[in-house]
Unconditional design. Structure first.
Length: 899
């Protein structure tokens, strides 16, 4: 039996040892003997206690307990916050430690290299301070933090983000806005121009670019023949097949010879060697590869493949077979036995051949390299290339996007596999003579072409096109293979398509600016109403705070209550100007005034682009087509320097900080109608200049653009323009500059562009001046409305105070109140005062009603406090405050409360 495992709490087995072989019982802690297992079990057996009777279960006991559902998301969130706080705390301590080390190093660096005793003591002292943490910055106290949190709320420009988003040039399509201004058609598919001369050039380029396909997929005509491509190794058969595959609708059959197994070992009794595995070679993608060891096997496989091909839709090219007359005879018999005839399109065009001939022509490729050469193979397609004969080009990019030709060509070159041609690649004289003999014998019944000593693939393409024309009995070759290698029919459409893309980039630079200024001018009226409503609501909210006047009123401190109301009115009146400043209306009117300037700069930028574009792309229709080749380095491309806008035309925009407006104080009291009429005349005459007399426009002056005329003249190749007319007078300045440009440029495109710019600029500018006057008038009207609200609010509070014994702020605006009469009342009449204070009181105190005017409130109250008029103290305070506030209160209505 296996040994019994002893648990941690089980009694240990008796240990044999000692004298006489006695059994020694193990002792527990303290030397006490431990009872044996049997004794302990006997003692532990006790009678079971009686079980209580089962409890009757109710419906409440049958309810399952609710399982705990800890909030895992909250736990994860709190854990992440704790980790973040811990990381921030550690980072803070590390920064403080590093800062203290830096401070210590800076303190000691000046005195460390001195050898005197004082310097040594100073260094020791600095070290002690560093160890004691003197250089560690102290944390902010809770009191300072509390003070920062209790700072009063400031009036921030809440609408600045909204205004910035409104004025910012958006990334949305701008063609529709530009169409309404240019009065021409501009869309994603078609572009025209308001300059009629330039628009004809753009339209001609776009018409020629429509023949430029997005994906290069030339039509593949059917080659209705069976053609055999044969030749010595490394003679160029693969290159011929890949060109024919990409040009015509054909099926390529590659016949690869595999030598049979060695049977000589079987005769000698040696073990037979297994047949060699097929050579791991790259074959043409889409071709059908057959491996053969003898002619019978090859003929059988080729016949089987050819039988399943529809000759009316596909031609057949057999590569690598037949190489001898016997192989040709066997193949012809097999193909003829399978009743494989020629398609209907080829029967009438061929010469009369024997009935057994199914093969139409032979291409004998003996273009072997004369010396050591390296060729490259694309493992993805099996195409063969070389540095001197055939390189990756347009023929290998069928099915690719034309815009991705450069990238696709680079991808092919990056994945090429090097394949070195051995020195023995040149065929021997015996092999050449046998191939020449085969060629001469084939010319009797077949169309035969020999490929040898060709320098490049273009001459090979010319040979192949001539061979196909010979079989078709065409007068002139179709040049299908040559067009595949050099697609000249895409040169002009490609250059035109590139020109269209370039002009769209130019249009995006100046067109978006012009469209945004037009959008600002045409949509700013709706924005004014929204900003005015928002500013008014905001002012109502800021002036609706309650103050604790009830307690002061109960204590009898009526004077402080009334004075606090007066102070609130004063602060509300001052706040009106700040609300108007932060409303965003000033930003709008400045942007509106700048709109013609920005549009003019963008239009001059357009003129520069038109000049450059005409110089670069008008040659498309003045020079022969082969002048441009989009597949070579000398293609018509846009140079990068012409689009480096930061260093060229972007310099036209310059910040103008020379405006120093004069400031006047806005009236703190509402204006009368005569004053409003006079102000409207000033606004109509001065516009934004009148606004600058009352508001601080210095903070907005950085947004006013300036025209860098030297850069503009340099880009247009004209002399420097000089005039005494400031750029602020944009109407006169634009006319003078355009006339100057027109007189120094003889180009018809630019002359027509000058007149076009003036027409477009006039369409934008004719709306600016009326809108400028309207916005400035709206700004002052907004200020007047806020002042009226402040005075009306105070009137409502005073009436409520007198009615209810206290006053409080009301959130609603008092409307339809005739305040003009109340503002003309600046003092109380004698009869009005007597309604409040009896005559006998005034007589006893020897106080004249007229003497109350010009006396401070505190002096008057002190005068009445010690005499019999003390019991009329409240009425006197009301009387004095009414005298102070009579400009905004209807006193006749107010005094009716005391009758």
């Amino acid at each position: 039996m296996p040994p019994r495992p002893v648990g941690r709490g089980a009694a240990k087995a008796p240990i044999r040892g000692g004298r006489g072989g006695k059994v020694v019982k193990p002792r527990g802690r303290g030397g006490k003997q431990v009872k044996s297992r049997r004794e302990s079990v006997v003692e532990e057996i006790q009678p079971e206690p009686e079980q209580p009777p089962p409890k009757i279960q109710t419906w409440f006991d049958k309810i399952p307990p609710l399982p705990p559902k800890p909030d895992e998301e909250l736990h994860k969130k709190l854990s992440a916050e704790r980790k973040l706080r811990h990381a921030q705390k550690v980072e803070k301590y590390c920064k403080e430690e590093l800062n203290s080390i830096f401070q210590f190093a800076m303190k000691v660096s000046d005195i460390y290299f001195n050898d005197d005793e004082n310097s040594i003591k100073e260094v020791r002292r600095k070290r002690i301070e560093f160890k004691n943490g003197i250089f560690i910055p102290s944390e902010e106290s809770e009191e300072e933090t509390t003070k920062k949190a209790i700072l009063p709320v400031k009036l921030e420009p809440k609408h600045s983000i909204d205004i910035q988003n409104y004025l910012r040039i958006s990334k949305q399509p701008y063609y529709s806005m530009l169409e309404s201004l240019f009065l021409t058609k501009i869309s994603d598919s078609y572009v025209s121009d308001p300059n009629k001369t330039f628009s004809k050039l753009i339209e001609t380029i776009q018409e020629n670019s429509t023949n430029y396909p997005e994906i290069y997929e030339p039509d593949k005509p059917v080659l209705p023949f069976v053609i055999c491509v044969v030749g010595p190794p490394y003679g160029g058969t693969t290159t011929i097949c890949q060109l024919l595959m990409n040009t015509y609708s054909v099926v390529v059959i590659e016949a690869v010879y595999m030598p049979p197994p060695d049977t000589s070992r079987r005769k000698k009794g040696e073990p037979e060697t297994p047949p060699p595995e097929p050579k791991l070679d790259y074959h043409l993608h889409g071709s059908m590869v057959i491996y053969y060891s003898d002619d019978k096997n090859a003929v059988q496989q080729i016949s089987t493949v050819v039988k399943d091909i529809d000759r009316n839709t596909k031609g057949i090219i057999i590569s690598g077979y037949p190489n001898t007359k016997q192989q040709l005879s066997s193949l012809e018999k097999s193909l003829a036995g399978n009743t494989i005839g020629r398609p209907n399109s080829a029967r009438s065009s061929e010469k009369q051949k024997p009935a057994q001939c199914v093969i139409t022509g032979f291409i004998i490729s003996m273009n072997c390299p004369e010396k050591y050469e390296t060729r490259y193979i694309d493992p993805l397609t099996g195409y063969v290339y070389s540095e001197t004969f055939h390189r990756p080009g347009a023929a290998d990019l069928v099915g690719h996007k034309l815009t991705d030709f450069v990238k696709s060509k680079n991808d092919i070159e990056n994945r090429l596999v090097e394949n070195i041609i051995p020195d023995q690649s040149q065929p021997s004289q015996k092999a050449l003579s046998s191939w020449n003999s085969l060629t001469n014998s084939l010319k009797k019944n077949y169309s035969v072409i020999t490929i040898e000593n060709l320098p490049n693939s273009l001459e090979l393409a010319e040979k192949l096109d001539g061979f196909v024309a010979q079989m078709l009995h065409a007068d002139e070759p179709a040049k299908n293979v040559e067009n595949l290698l050099r697609p000249s029919h895409l040169i002009l459409p490609g250059a035109c398509n590139e020109a269209v893309l370039v002009w769209r980039k130019c249009l995006n630079e100046f067109g978006r600016q012009i469209a945004e200024q037009n959008r600002l001018v045409t949509t700013i009226a709706d924005k004014i109403g929204d900003l005015t409503k928002t500013a008014t609501s905001r002012y109502h909210f800021l002036t609706s705070m309650e103050i604790g006047n009830v307690e002061k009123l109960e204590q009898g401190d009526l004077n402080s209550v009334w004075e606090e109301s007066i102070n609130n009115r004063i602060s509300n009146v001052k706040m009106a100007k700040e609300v108007v400043t932060k409303s965003g209306l000033i930003e709008l009117v400045i942007a509106l005034v700048n709109a013609p300037r920005v549009a003019f700069i963008a239009l001059i930028e357009k003129m520069s682009y038109v000049k450059w574009f005409v110089e670069k792309f008008s040659e498309l229709f003045e020079k022969p087509e082969n002048y441009y080749n989009i597949f070579q380095e000398q293609s018509a491309k846009v140079k990068a320097e012409y689009f480096n806008f930061k260093t060229t035309f972007r310099q036209i925009l310059k910040i103008d900080g020379e405006i120093e407006p004069k400031f006047l104080e806005l009236p703190e009291k509402p204006l009368k109608q005569d004053d409003k009429d006079e102000r409207s005349k000033q606004i109509e005459e001065k516009g934004i200049q009148f606004l600058g007399d009352y508001f601080d426009l210095k903070s907005y002056s950085t947004e006013i653009p300036n025209f860098n005329v030297k850069v503009a003249c340099k880009s247009l190749d004209i002399p420097d323009f000089q005039t005494e007319t400031p750029f602020s007078d944009i109407v006169s300045y634009s006319k003078e500059f355009i006339e100057f440009v027109s007189s120094h440029i003889e180009n018809d495109f630019i002359k027509d562009e000058c007149q076009t710019i003036l027409d477009i600029f006039e369409r934008i500018n004719k709306f600016v001046r009326p809108l400028e006057v309207s916005i400035v008038e709206s700004i002052f009207n907004l200020h007047d409305n806020l002042i009226n609200y402040a005075y009306s609010k105070f009137t409502h509070e005073m009436e409520g105070f007198c009615t209810n014994g206290h006053f409080s702020y009301d959130f609603s605006m008092v409307s339809d109140r005739d305040l003009e009469i109340c503002r003309d009342v600046n003092s109380l009449k004698t009869d009005d005062v007597r309604k409040i204070i009896p005559d006998e009181v005034l007589t006893k105190m020897r106080v004249n009603i007229g003497s109350l005017h010009g006396v401070s409130t505190d002096d008057v109250l002190e005068m009445f406090a010690d005499f019999e008029g003390g019991k009329y103290l409240t009425d006197i305070k009301i009387c004095l405050n009414i005298m102070e506030c009579g400009e905004c209160m209807d006193i006749s209505k107010f005094l009716e409360l005391f009758e």
